[in-house]
Design a protein around this ligand. Structure first.
Ligand code: AMP
Length: 583
């Protein structure tokens, strides 16, 4: 880690959008949220991690290595947050929470560099549907990275704050449509006197901008088969088609017609051909029609759950890189009968809102009078048994805190023993909407022992659930008529790190070697050039190879005056030789 200058001013709380594809960090400055640049001077840091020897690379260089070193590179791990999935990176097996911690540590370091002070605390955003486990994992990731994450806020709430909807002096109903790389979320918000409440949320966890690129890649593959009689070869050729489709999708955002150029594309059977396809918006729109239909479904569901007609929505906010696509803007405009707001960059709004909330938490006068409430995304309760005649049926879910309850909230239910002189009772906590425990997610259990003697049903136990703004649940059990209260420590459910695992992860993090920040521009230039080198052939490959060799050579002699100009030449060559893919 870099040295941080002595703490001249108080350490600000930063806002972090820890995204599936990209992450951003922002801070409030002079009453306005501003994004902070990373080591490359960019505000978007790809949420990707790659191992290079015993060094860890995070961000753009890691993303570039996913083409050349897929076995050493991880991305999209946010999808698995809160599970105990392991991603294999070379010889190491890493949990999503650890990979997220690497991203957070990098953002922390970049923010410290940009601001010149140590950063200790962050407000981190999560999707509204994230449950307990995923929120806890997000906090844990912060702890591993050396960041206190006391406040976790929902992404749509952050977006509304970035648009200042909490500052309006009237009631307002808004919908946030968030189409990222791999997920789609719809959230209906009600804002009353500065308080933002979630009315409903729906989404599709397997639908995002990547599917739109994938659909264009399929269209291109079919066109290549028609024209050249064979499909692109597996591996590199297929990856090139997908990359070209992604570029074409982005260019269609600004243009009516684009072309996909794939010189020297290898086909199945080994033949190489020069492919050039023309694509217009209407053709792309037809290829995307099934995806557009899938976007409509969660929007309808969210409106129905909030008991609203589309005309009841006064503001439509677009969030996520893929809402830049004109077809998505048109769909939103048509469904709601009004133009959606997208005056803030769609991939920055969540981070900007997180910074607004962070400043509020730090007590910044500029955002002093703001209160935000959220709702519990899932029902929380415990397992109980019922006596049916002679039979005891157990595993029945008894909800204590219903989904949609405004949080922070605390609810208590009274339960009683089933047998005479029953001395122990196990309280098992579940999350979910099903009547049987087996269909819900088990969060943890606790056994109350040494209960007072008594007839069946005479000994009462109050179970209190306290759910805080961060979605963290505390369970208190008290024996009625005594002053005995015990509280539940949920530590061992899947994906949740135990205290020991957390301490180990933190130590491992401290020992971890991050690639030196100063040389990241060189590392990124090389990684991007390497990825392109693998694709090119002939004289173009030679030109690029020579420049890569030259940069490696000047890096050896470590002459900063030589490095910068050679690197810039390599960056320019990489740009010129790659398939054009402007945003
Ligand atoms: P996010 O996860 O919000 O960063 O969203 C990333 C998604 O947005 C990816 O699928 C990108 O392809 C897509 N995206 C980014 N820029 C554009 C653009 N100009 N036009 C269309 N899609 C874009």
């Amino acid at each position: 880690m870099d040295d941080v200058p002595p703490d001249a001013t108080a350490s600000p709380i930063v806002g972090i959008d820890l995204g599936t594809t990209n992450s951003l960090v922002a801070v409030m400055q002079a009453g306005r949220p501003v994004l902070l640049p990373n080591a490359l001077g960019e505000t978007l840091t790809p949420s990707a991690v790659s191992l290079d020897g015993d060094e860890v690379l995070v961000g753009a260089p890691a993303r570039a290595r996913s083409a050349t070193h897929p076995g050493l590179t991880a991305h999209s791990f946010k999808r698995d947050m809160g599970t105990d999935a392991r991603l294999e990176l070379g010889r190491r097996k890493l949990r999503p929470v650890e990979l997220s911690a690497y991203v957070l540590a990098t953002l922390k370091r970049d923010a410290e560099q940009a601001l010149g002070v140590a950063i200790e605390e962050a407000v981190v955003t999560v999707p509204a549907y994230f449950g307990d486990l995923q929120r806890q994992a997000t906090r844990d990731a912060g702890a591993i990275a050396g960041l206190r994450v006391e406040r976790i806020i929902n992404e749509p709430t952050a977006a509304a704050m970035a648009y200042g909807l909490h500052e309006r002096d009237r009631e307002l109903v808004a919908v946030v449509l968030d189409l990222g790389g791999g997920t789609f979320d719809v959230t209906v918000l009600e804002i009353i006197e500065g308080v933002i409440e979630i009315q409903s949320s729906a989404g599709d966890a397997r639908l995002g901008g990547e599917d739109f690129s994938e659909a264009l890649a399929q269209w291109a593959t079919a066109a290549i088969v028609t024209e050249h009689g064979a499909a692109p070869a597996k591996g590199v050729a297929e990856a090139r088609v997908l990359q070209a489709a992604e570029g074409a999708k982005r260019r269609l955002t600004g243009q009516e017609n684009v072309s996909l150029a794939l010189p020297g594309l290898e086909l199945k059977g080994g033949r190489r051909v020069d492919v050039e396809l023309a694509l217009d918006r209407a053709t792309a729109g037809a290829a995307w029609e099934p995806l557009l239909e899938r976007l409509r479904a969660p929007i309808r569901r969210a409106l129905r759950d909030a008991k609203l007609q589309p005309t009841g929505i006064e503001e439509v906010l677009l969030v996520g890189g893929a809402t830049r696509m004109p077809v998505v803007v048109e769909l939103a405009a048509k469904l709601f009968g009004r133009m959606p707001r997208r005056d803030l960059p769609t991939d920055e709004v969540v981070a900007l809102g997180a910074a607004v909330q962070a400043a509020r938490k730090a007590g910044d006068a500029a955002v002093d009078d703001l209160v935000v409430t959220d709702v519990a995304p899932f029902t929380l309760g415990i397992g109980t048994a019922d006596r049916m005649g002679q039979r005891i049926v157990d595993g029945i879910f008894s909800p204590i805190l219903e989904r949609g309850t405004v949080i922070p909230a605390s609810r208590v239910n009274r339960y009683s023993t089933m047998h005479d002189d029953q001395r122990a009772l196990t309280v098992e906590v579940f999350q979910g909407e099903h009547s049987l425990c087996a269909d819900n997610v088990a969060l943890g259990k606790y056994t109350l022992k040494r209960l007072p003697k008594g007839r069946a049903g005479d000994v009462g136990i109050d179970v209190r659930f306290s759910y805080d703004l961060n979605g963290i649940l505390e369970v208190e059990m008290s024996v009625v008529g005594t002053d005995r209260t015990e509280s539940m420590v949920i530590e061992k459910h899947p994906g949740r790190l135990t205290k020991r695992q957390l301490a180990e992860a933190r130590t491992a993090m401290e020992r971890l070697k991050f690639h030196p920040r100063d040389s990241l521009p060189n590392r990124t230039a090389l990684a991007r050039a390497d990825a392109l080198y693998a694709e090119l052939r002939g004289p173009e490959r030679e030109v690029l190879g020579a420049l890569i060799g030259e940069l490696r050579a000047v890096l050896e002699v470590q002459d900063p005056a030589l490095i910068a100009p050679v690197r810039e030449r390599l960056v320019a060559a990489t740009r010129d030789l790659s398939v054009p893919s402007g945003r």
